[in-house]
Design a protein around this ligand. Structure first.
Ligand code: CAA
Length: 379
């Protein structure tokens, strides 16, 4: 499918594809099987300057556009969806709010290390009682002299423990609802900041998903991101961009499963001929690719809208909703085409099927995306 990618986008897509196919793919099964964080992928990304793709060169980024970054997640996720989400959580969720809302001093302190990949980032919004209802934050931050004192717990935090820098959200004024939530930058190693339960998951099993525990964590008041009370809007705007990243992850998973299925049906023989010769196989593949191309169009459109400064909240939600549901449908069909072999761990499609499911859940469930889309339609 041709989206009229620019020369730079085509060049970067080629580079990301080579990185993913030649250096990330080989570890994907092991990362999944042993539920281990893909340190090699992060190192490869660091060397290929993939950890700051859409950020200014002034801060160590690649100075490329948002679609280039989205192409990177897509290519990684074709082979290793765990590596895809490490990049997405780092770039969209942990780094973007600092680049967007940080003071010059905060950018100097944090952004350059994040863009060059010296440090990894994460985002702490979800709590045991504040998942879809993100406004129900119970973590508190109280100003005490020149420091904020933070208490509370976050759960399901991607890159937790592996990341060095965390953008987290806490209530600074419980009487003000969403306008009482503030955003903070927190560093690993700060006294009182520890990591709890490491989740065992169905898919993206190498991605670190862990609790953040804040027990009287004291941070300088200079670590407030934006102004007090801006936290909810910072979180929502960050998620608008993050959702395009997860949509790209879903897109990559779907295309990866199609690529595996096409290779398989050409060589697998039944009834004396390759199963690619049967019309059922052909029609299944046609439906899988059509949906995936439609998802790609939405994902690239959302990325382009963000890059061009057009509104993208609704488009990002549509891209994530459609790409996530497409990834589930396509990976289910891919297993069916591969039959018994597809159900085993000898082939990567069962992993892709398990990895696809989370794209319908994190950074806003499909139901949340429907709320966002219909909310914009009915405004
Ligand atoms: N951009 C800017 N501002 C926004 C906004 C957006 N996209 N969405 C809402 N706001 C603003 C509203 O304008 C409103 O502002 P005012 O106070 O000035 O009027 C304020 O925020 C409150 O808005 P709502 O009343 O619409 O908020 P709500 O409480 O009804 O929530 C929701 C709406 C869409 C359900 C939201 O809570 C939501 O997106 N929930 C899902 C949370 C989520 O995605 N969590 C994922 C966690 S992170 C993760 O998964 C990371 C990972 O592991 C990879």
């Amino acid at each position: 499918m041709d989206f009229n990618l620019t020369e730079q986008q085509l060049m970067m897509q080629k580079l990301f594809r080579e990185v993913a196919q030649n250096e990330v793919k080989e570890n994907a099964a092991d990362v999944d099987e042993n539920e281990r964080f893909p340190k090699e992928s992060v190192e490869v990304m660091r060397q290929a300057k993939m950890l700051g793709i859409p950020y200014s060169r002034e801060y160590g980024g690649a100075g490329a556009d948002y679609l280039c970054y989205i192409l990177a997640i897509e290519e990684l996720s074709k082979t290793c969806a765990t590596s895809g989400v490490v990049l997405s959580a780092h770039t969209s969720l942990g780094t973007w709010p600092i680049a967007q809302f940080g003071t010059e001093e905060q950018k100097q302190r944090f952004l350059t290390d994040l863009c060059t990949g010296k440090k990894l980032a994460a985002f702490g919004l979800t709590e045991p009682n504040a998942g879809t209802d993100a406004a129900g934050q119970q973590t508190t931050a109280v100003l005490d002299g020149d420091e904020y004192v933070i208490n509370g717990t976050k759960i399901f935090i991607t890159n937790a423990g592996e990341a060095d820098v965390y953008v987290i959200f806490a209530m600074t004024d419980k009487t003000k609802g969403t306008r009482g939530i503030s955003a903070f930058i927190l560093e690993k190693g700060t006294p009182g900041f520890t990591f709890g339960l490491h989740e065992k998951k169905l898919g993206i099993r190498g991605s670190a998903t862990c609790e953040l525990i804040f027990n009287n964590v004291r941070i300088p008041k200079e670590n407030l991101l934006g102004k007090e009370g801006m936290g909810f809007k910072i979180a929502m705007q960050t998620l608008d961009g993050g959702r395009i990243g997860i949509a790209a992850q879903a897109l990559g998973i779907a295309q990866g499963a199609i690529d595996e299925a096409v290779a398989y049906v050409k060589q697998r023989k039944q009834f004396g001929r390759p199963i690619a010769k049967f019309q059922n196989t052909q029609f299944q593949l046609a439906d899988m690719q059509t949906k995936t191309d439609a998802a790609r169009w939405l994902v690239y459109s959302a990325a382009t809208a963000k890059q061009e400064g057009r509104p993208y909240t609704q488009l990002a939600a549509e891209a994530k909703l459609f790409a996530a549901e497409t990834a589930m449908e396509v990976t289910t069909k891919a297993i069916q085409l591969l039959g018994g072999y597809g159900y085993t761990r000898d082939l990567p499609v069962e992993r892709m099927f398990r990895d696809a499911k989370i794209t319908e859940i994190y950074e806003g469930t499909s139901e949340v995306q429907r709320m966002v889309i219909s909310g914009a339609m009915l405004k």
